[in-house]
Design a protein around this ligand. Structure first.
Ligand code: IPM
Ligand code: MG
Length: 363
């Protein structure tokens, strides 16, 4: 297969981790006889430094023309970096929001899995984590509060700020369908998370999700309020299969879920539209404090590349090979600094990438 991939290395550790994901994809291409072409595109701070804005129209056009986008991470230290002296719509994060909207990437899949090999890193007590957990947060990504009208103004000498949260039934329906479809391939359980005891947008959310559920009688649906969900994630994470939720709740809960696994450096994500196109990126940020030291964990990006093979190219066998290689390297005791534990072998970012790529060649 021919794959045209746009890479957005981005900022901080982004370039290092993307380089390792590419090394892994290259070994997949060699072994399974595929052809990959890469094109690098600037976004975030890297784009601000060159173009003065976090995402150019050319960059969007390049991404749109590709089969899929592999991203590292964007952004810098918000207290120190000059990028954060710019107006909000010129900062690195604005580039990410813009590309999501421009490419209609409304479905954000964030798996949060407790890896057996890394169970000790899980901050939950052993009774709670025993048996493990494996959930997927399906976050609506192009609507709600992050894309509503907002303004800051002064009235009678008093400053005010307003953000608006709007959802149409169509926006809710399409993400709900994605949630139920993926649940069908998993444990067939959807927990839809909202704040329907307060918000109108949540009451519409609940109503539309119930309608969609009618089409999926084989999938069990339950509803949960977001504050309760935040609590349940640390009380009993194994109860969740697919968590279906709107943009801001998904943003917050997915960070919580990743922390609960204890290994945020391991968690991948996919942002999809209604075609096979997707943008794949690790769930973690750009970690500017450790950038350029070859100590970052590239596994989340490598697993994001695996999601790309699976969702954009339907290459399940190849994706399985990547996932297996990651597990094998962990089983051999290799660890980057963030997941290091006693008795394990320390690997840097490039070493970890090399080991995983090597495993794919040996399988
Ligand atoms: C994420 C990030 C982004 C978001 C920021 C950087 C705009 O936190 O991908 O979760 O809130 O969506
Ligand atoms: Mg976030």
């Amino acid at each position: 297969m021919k794959m045209n991939i746009v890479c957005i290395p981005g900022d901080g550790i982004g370039p290092e981790i993307v380089a390792q994901a590419r090394a892994v994809l290259d070994s997949v291409a060699d072994i399974y006889g595929h052809e990959i072409t890469y094109q690098d595109v600037l976004m975030g701070g890297a784009s601000i430094d060159v173009h003065g804005i976090p995402l150019t129209d050319e960059a969007i056009a390049d991404a749109r023309a590709a089969d899929a986008v592999l991203m590292g991470s964007i952004g810098g230290d918000t207290t120190k970096s000059p990028w954060y002296q710019l107006p909000p719509d010129k900062r690195p994060e604005a580039g990410l929001l813009k590309i999501r909207k421009a490419l209609n990437l409304f479905a954000n899949l964030r798996p949060a899995v407790l890896y057996e090999e890394l169970a000790d890193a899980c901050p939950l007590c052993s009774e709670v984590r025993q048996g493990g957990f494996d959930m997927l947060i399906m976050r609506e990504l192009t609507g709600g509060l992050y894309f509503g009208e907002r303004k800051t103004y002064t009235e009678n000498g008093m400053r005010h700020a307003v953000d608006t949260l709007t959802y149409s039934e169509e926006e809710i329906r399409r993400i709900a369908i994605k949630g139920f479809e993926i649940a069908r391939k998993r444990r067939k359980k959807v927990t839809s998370v909202d704040k329907a005891n307060v918000l109108d947008s949540s009451r519409l959310w609940r109503a539309v999700v119930n309608e969609v559920a009618g089409e999926y009688p084989d999938v069990t649906l339950s509803h949960m309020l977001v504050d309760n969900c935040a609590m349940q994630l640390v009380r009993d994470p194994a109860q969740f299969d697919v968590i279906l939720t709107e943009n801001m709740f998904g943003d917050i809960l997915s960070d919580e879920a990743s922390m609960v696994t204890g290994s945020i450096g391991m968690l991948a994500s996919a942002s999809l539209n209604d075609t096979k196109f997707g943008l794949y990126e690790p769930s973690h940020g750009s970690a500017p404090d450790i950038a350029g030291q070859d100590i970052a964990n590239p596994i989340a990006t490598i697993l994001s590349a695996s999601m790309m093979l699976r969702y954009s190219f339907d290459l399940d066998k190849e994706a399985d090979a990547v996932d297996r290689a990651v597990k094998a390297v962990l089983q051999e005791g290799w660890r980057t600094a963030d997941i290091m534990s006693e008795g394990c072998r320390r690997a840097g970012c490039s070493e970890m990438g090399r080991l995983i790529a090597e495993h794919i060649r040996q399988q």
